[in-house]
Design a protein around this ligand. Sequence first.
Ligand SMILES: [Zn+2]
Length: 306
Amino acid sequence: MFNQTFSADTQFRKASAEYNFGFLDEYAKKEVRRSVLKAIAIPGYQVPYSSREMPMGRGFGTGGLQLTLSLIGKKDTLKVIDQGSDDSVNAVNLRSFIEMTCPGIDTTTKVSEATLIQSRHRIPERELREDQILVLQVPYPDALVVVEPSEDKRKIMHGEADYSRLLVKLYEDIVKFNEITISHRYPTRINGHYVIDPSPIPRWDVPKLNNSKSLILLGAGREKKIYAVPPYTLAEPLEFDDIPFRVESFNDSTGKRRTCWRCGCDHSFLDEFIDAQTGDKRYQCSDSDYCDEQIKSQVNNQELEG
Ligand SMILES: [Zn+2]
């Protein structure tokens, strides 16, 4: 038994030693970096690139992964989150793959320690800094895909900043439901021109794109597109003068703001789940690092007071 484990471990080490740093070959990384530069130069524009095959299925964050692997260096500290959590299967798999193929890098679960953050479906609650880069995994990069199936036509519409059909779609929502019902992937205009699909982040996170201190990069592996919201850039969710954009409300039926059952936070994005024992609904910060941080600061305050 011991011998078997030993030999599997040796094989693993041998295999990881044979990988190029960052798994991708230098030419592939160079191409991604060039696309990133172009994406920063034309905020919100979807830059096509030759997305490489990765040893995992497309749709599992291969676009974000290729961005991370092309940008990461030995001095970087990486955080990987999925829906705000560092511990979900997708985040754990991506993190261990990056650790295996990028020897020498550090990983963390703390937003404040990270230089590079790869995320699926959330932007951290804590405001990001200028020295940090956020990489978002994107399933569908084009906000116009819901109103126009032809990519050729969509390109022309983007070029002309013609988003009238998208606005009609939002208007139809208001007629039918009395409000805009889009919960994720809220179309957002960048730098006054291109409208992007900001990936399946909740509406709660959309205002964080605006005037962000950190560079935000979005990568769609299957659709082979990279785009960016550069630092200090205008990002405006589409809205109407009389129906403004609004984020999710976490008020209960009496109008009181719900709080996290763990840390008591009343200003974070909450996940709802059912308590297995009592069957009651419970609410918890979606950003697990932020939740831990709140608990820690409460303990510190109590110690100071005591
Ligand atoms: Zn919490």
